[in-house]
Design a protein around this ligand. Structure first.
Ligand code: NAI
Length: 460
């Protein structure tokens, strides 16, 4: 088996950056180079001030500090990094297609194909190519065909090594993964990648499968996780009309060891770049094989999630006497979950859009998301002009400023710091009646109502 001395990763995003930082930290004898076309992103990864890394993840700064400049490098010189590597991870984005066949469902593989063509054009020695991006099942066959047909006659072995980290806990997840999954056909190539992970992951937690099981397992893992969220969210609505309490139901069912307690927290809905896109992709794949019942079954997870976001916004409007026109609604949180600066598919975007349609004035505070990102997310929807988004939405850096004079507070992200605020002082400075709509079930009902808030939480 060939010993891996140099690894290149194409794509310095939320997955490529943290994953390669940990691989480099744990394999000091392997040179790891992470490349990206985005110069600003690479500059941020190289910034002397670790506060400026492009990805916010607890503990990431320490890992980067350990390895950067020693055996971890960030660069825009993609060709050089491909040429020198023994093993190349592809960790580029695979968003939902926004055009043509499969629009709105299928994964857009144009970035993956570009990588494959570039690897084929540059490689002058044998390479192991690792799919780190989440891909539709059977993509490895397409990759192999491109590499073999456009390359310089060198050998390519393809492995699938999907990433199971969760944003917000990426470093803990990478340091101590439940499992590492490696799919492939060539046992020597599989073993080479096993050795990289064995530097810190116990061998029994490194699972090896065929390529297709590995590719499909990533889509299935995300579909199952999202399904749990939609399942409990469906029950939250039933709780609201029956007098049951969704937290109590979660606890009662979660104690059943066959069900388990994780991912049973009702909320305004799941977000993030992966759940929706990966389920849509699964639905598309099932449909393309003619499996209509299978496709419909999984699509319902998305339909329920959209319903939950709309329902949260509708409840705000109805409770506030059926009009939010001109009213100030303070948004606490914009990121799709706590401990990340990622806002992709965040529930906050859709709840805001719904309220803005009713001419609400929204003031947003998020500890890690800059104003420009918030406007970008709203502009991307294309519901109204960029000027209107700026007229109706204000972004502030101080939570108390957001809450000053607000008619209502909506909690969209479960940032811990929101619990520690002086809620009595906040109520004094808000318009009365002072409403709190807790989309994350973060605050305590008893505390808030005793202060005098009108408190609404999902599933109660
Ligand atoms: P991202 O958008 O943060 O990063 C992708 C990066 O690839 C971007 O910086 C982009 O400039 C770069 N890129 C695209 N084409 C390139 C090319 N031809 N050459 C060089 N650089 C190129 O995406 P993220 O979140 O890191 O996701 C990457 C993949 O990992 C996706 O397939 C995603 O589904 C998967 N994934 C994501 C997880 C997450 O929590 N974000 C978790 C597990 C898997």
């Amino acid at each position: 088996m060939k010993e891996i001395k140099k690894i290149t990763c194409i794509g310095a995003g939320y997955v490529g950056g943290p994953t390669m930082s940990v691989i480099a930290q744990k394999n000091p004898n392997v040179i790891v180079t992470v490349v990206d076309l985005n110069q600003a992103r690479i500059d941020a990864w190289n910034d002397a001030d670790l506060e400026n890394l492009p990805v916010y993840e607890p503990g990431l700064d320490a890992v980067v500090a350990d390895a950067r400049g020693r055996n971890l490098f960030f660069s825009t010189d993609v060709e050089k990094a491909i040429d020198e590597a023994d093993m190349i991870f592809i960790s580029v984005n695979t968003p939902t297609k926004t055009y043509g066949k499969g629009k709105g469902q299928a994964a857009d593989l144009k970035y993956i194909e570009l990588c494959a063509r570039q690897i084929a054009a540059v490689a002058k020695s044998d390479k192991i190519v690792v799919e780190k991006s989440t891909l539709p099942v059977r993509t490895a066959a397409a990759l192999k065909s491109i590499l073999d047909n456009t390359g310089n006659g060198v050998n390519f072995h393809i492995l699938s090594n999907p990433e199971f980290l969760a944003e917000g806990t990426a470093i803990v997840d990478l340091h101590n993964p439940d499992r590492v999954l490696i799919g492939g056909e060539d046992s020597a190539a599989i073993e080479a990648l096993v050795q990289v992970y064995e530097a810190w992951v116990p061998r029994e937690r490194i699972l090896t499968t065929n390529l297709w099981s590995s590719e499909l397992s990533k889509l299935v893992a995300n579909a199952f996780l999202a399904q749990r969220v939609s399942s409990i969210n469906a029950i939250s609505e039933l709780c609201e009309v029956t007098g049951a309490n969704v937290d109590e139901v979660s606890r009662a069912i979660g104690y059943d060891s066959r069900i388990g307690s994780k991912f049973l927290k009702a909320s305004v809905g799941f977000g993030g770049s992966c759940f929706q896109k990966d389920i849509l992709n699964l639905v598309y794949i099932a449909r393309s094989y003619g499996l209509t019942a299978v496709a419909d079954y999984w699509e319902q997870v998305i339909i329920l999630n959209d319903h939950q976001k709309a329902r949260f916004a509708e409840n705000i409007i109805q409770t506030m006497y059926n009009t939010v026109n001109g009213k100030n609604i303070a948004f606490l949180g914009w990121a799709f979950k706590k401990d990340t600066n990622d806002t992709r598919e965040s529930a906050a975007i859709y709840v805001a859009d719904h309220l803005l349609e009713e001419e609400a004035h929204i003031v947003v505070y998020d500890p890690k998301v800059p104003a420009e990102q918030i406007y970008k997310d709203l502009d991307y929807l294309g519901t109204r002009s960029s000027e209107d988004n700026r007229r109706l939405v204000t972004v502030v850096n101080d939570p108390y400023e957001a809450l000053q004079g607000a008619h209502a507070v909506a909690i969209l992200t479960e940032w811990d710091e929101f619990r520690t605020y002086d809620w009595a002082k906040i109520r004094e400075e808000m318009k009365k009646p002072a409403f709190v709509f807790d989309g994350r079930k973060l605050l305590k009902r008893d505390q808030l109502t005793s202060i005098g808030f009108d408190y609404y939480a999902i599933g109660e």
